[in-house]
Ligand binder design. Sequence first.
Ligand code: PLP
Length: 413
Amino acid sequence: MNASRRAAANVPDAEKAFFVADLTQVYLQHQRWLRCLPDIEPHYAVKCNPDPYVLRLLASLGAGFDCASNGEISQVLRIGGIDPGRIIFANPCKATSFIRGAAKAGVDKMTFDNADELYKIARTHPTAKLIIRILADDSKSICRFGIKFGASLDVVLDLLLKARELHLDVIGVSFHVGSGCYDPTIYEDAVRRAREAFDLGERAGYHFSILDVGGGFEDTRFEAAAAVINCAIDKYFPDRSGIRLVAEPGRFYVSRAFSLAANIIARRAPISQDNETRVDLVTGKENEPALMYYINEGVYGAFNCIMFDHQTVEPYVLSMNDSFHVSASEPVSASSVWGPTCDSIDCVCKCVELPRALQVGDWLGFNNMGAYTICAASQFNGFQLSEVIYTTSKGGEEVRSLLRNFATKDHDH
Ligand code: PLP
């Protein structure tokens, strides 16, 4: 995190927390995608991180986009040069005005999983190209969606017959195994269910042409998930001529590309190590200095991922006592790290070993902060959102040139 080290250099009052986005990482993830899933067109899930440079880079790489709302559709189309056909409105429960808005913007592909959605679409966007979202087993994912979305196979035929009756064009099937899927084998079962839905489609008089394998791709298990998906598609869709394969990856693209630097703005520590040791409130350990660090990002801001995305985060020292060098033999203490608001729920780390010598003004770093962080941050208690500093690491010339060329085509922005 060299860029953040430079930016966190000891300038008076230069204490605002900030992200460092390494756009090369996004580029490399795309290369990884093309290597492992060459037949599946990624539609980046904008909700995960609608950063304008990420969107622009992915647009220039030819990716499509999964949008959840009219706001996201507008943001993608504002990039310029994006055909609305590259967008899937992948929210199965949309406001009527949003469906109308999608029609106006030329976005035809949208998901549904219930009959009421079909009535709304028939009224407001009768030429839409629909994708039925089926229920997948989401029990192996950190964030489960099945309780809210997805038609179970036993209602799929009725839904498709209803769509037929309403003269709607259903073109395919999608599923989502849940976000942060830690058991890649689950995709096999989801593809099997999709096969069943394709067959039910034939019974309802449709001939589907899209299989959308959703999102859920977890960085460390990506290759394994890709292998399972490729095998499952070969098994259940041996003849897939005329079928377009798509996906809606979110966190896979951005998680590791963003790091966060936060400043220690306050500290609660024993005044003297001899007479002020006490029972740590969180760990319950006795005779340990209960070191509490307060930083200028918290769960109401970028660390909302702890609450909404069920993440645990691990700080490391970026700079200590004006030095970027922290010796491995530095004495450490069990410590807790807290966000800046006046709410006690605003705890970033309940217990982590950090150097005892950390002071107010020192910097902590957090990696893998690109997914479901900035997008859901609030300004509760009047704290500003952390800004993003962009960088490109090794091989960045290609990334910079892609962004430049894309910007040339899109002269309005
Ligand atoms: N598609 C849909 C419909 C989603 O709701 C989500 C996440 O909420 C995604 C794709 C992206 O999932 P992930 O970030 O796990 O790849």
